[in-house]
Design a protein around this ligand. Structure first.
Ligand code: SAH
Length: 269
């Protein structure tokens, strides 16, 4: 593959595929690299609401789909690039975080060998947890992990197991896809598990951040303790950050600052 300077092949007839992150919301969080790929694309592929965020251009073909079959969508994009099209697969946030980049590589691995010679690039974006963290301070300033709370693609007991281990390791935990109409109970169970594991006294001080529609006009931020947290505080447009035992809260007018100190005391295990 040629060194990257803009999208290689943009002036040649060769096709390429870029898997791009659109960031959490407004245009100022779309990187110049992603904007350039979108400006050069002949085809945009993605989930309906993400494709809708791309400024339409005459001649650009939009391939929208429902959130369903990601592998089929990925294979479709690879086939288009193979045919010489300049394709951008769009995701919200970062395409490598619970999004299309992994699906593209899964389709690539299963597909014809010829696909491995394609000009394929992953263009990073600002993931929801980073955007949400920045709005409330620095809650991810120490060790943290991210867990997708949807059990569509993995069994619930595995999810619970990982949540328990994350708490045991005293990680700050960013929870993606916390709650949807199709999955109203999972987040409630997760909160129960968190409270059960932490104990009452700790739950009364441990901060949780509910960051909804971050970096959009609908942005809503809420910082509560684990004891105060309710399932209804989250939906599919919310990113939840669960503090660790070391997380700090600085009260002020409005939403408090939350941060994780840079160092952990020796006694924190
Ligand atoms: N690739 C995306 C994540 C896709 S999973 C990323 O890197 O951000 C979709 C989940 O991301 C949503 O259910 C929600 O938990 C979170 N999310 C995406 N955009 C968000 C935003 N603007 N505000 C809050 N959460 C967001």
């Amino acid at each position: 593959m040629t060194p990257y300077s803009g999208l290689a092949g943009s002036s040649s007839p060769a096709g390429w595929l870029a898997v791009a992150g659109l960031g959490p919301g407004g245009a100022q969080w779309v990187t110049p690299e992603v904007s350039q790929a979108l400006a050069e694309a002949t085809d945009i592929v993605g989930y309906r609401s993400y494709v809708a965020r791309v400024e339409p251009r005459p001649g650009v073909v939009l391939h929208t789909s429902d959130n369903g079959d990601e592998l089929a969508r990925a294979a479709h994009a690879l086939r288009l690039a193979e045919q010489g099209r300049r394709v951008v697969v769009v995701s919200s946030g970062d395409p490598g975080v619970f999004a299309m980049a992994a699906a593209v590589f899964e389709a690539l691995e299963q597909g014809p060998l010829a696909w491995r010679a394609l000009d394929l690039r992953v263009l990073p974006g600002v993931s929801a947890m980073l955007a949400a963290a920045a709005q409330v301070g620095a809650p991810l300033g120490h060790d943290f992990c991210a867990i997708n709370l949807s059990d569509n693609l993995k069994p619930w007991d595995l999810l619970e197991h990982r949540l328990r281990l994350a708490l045991q390791g005293d990680f700050v935990v960013a929870l993606y896809n916390p709650r949807s109409q199709a999955r109203p109970h999972g987040f409630a169970r997760a909160l129960e598990l968190l409270r059960g594991t932490c104990g009452e006294a700790e739950a009364a001080r441990r901060p949780l951040v509910f960051a909804r529609c971050v970096c959009t006009p609908q942005q809503h931020l809420r910082v509560v303790t684990l004891s105060q947290a309710r399932p209804e505080m989250a939906d599919m447009r919310t990113l939840v950050i669960v503090g660790s035992s070391q997380s700090r809260l600085i009260e002020r007018d409005g939403v408090p600052w939350v941060y994780a100190p840079r160092s952990a005391p020796r006694a924190s295990r």
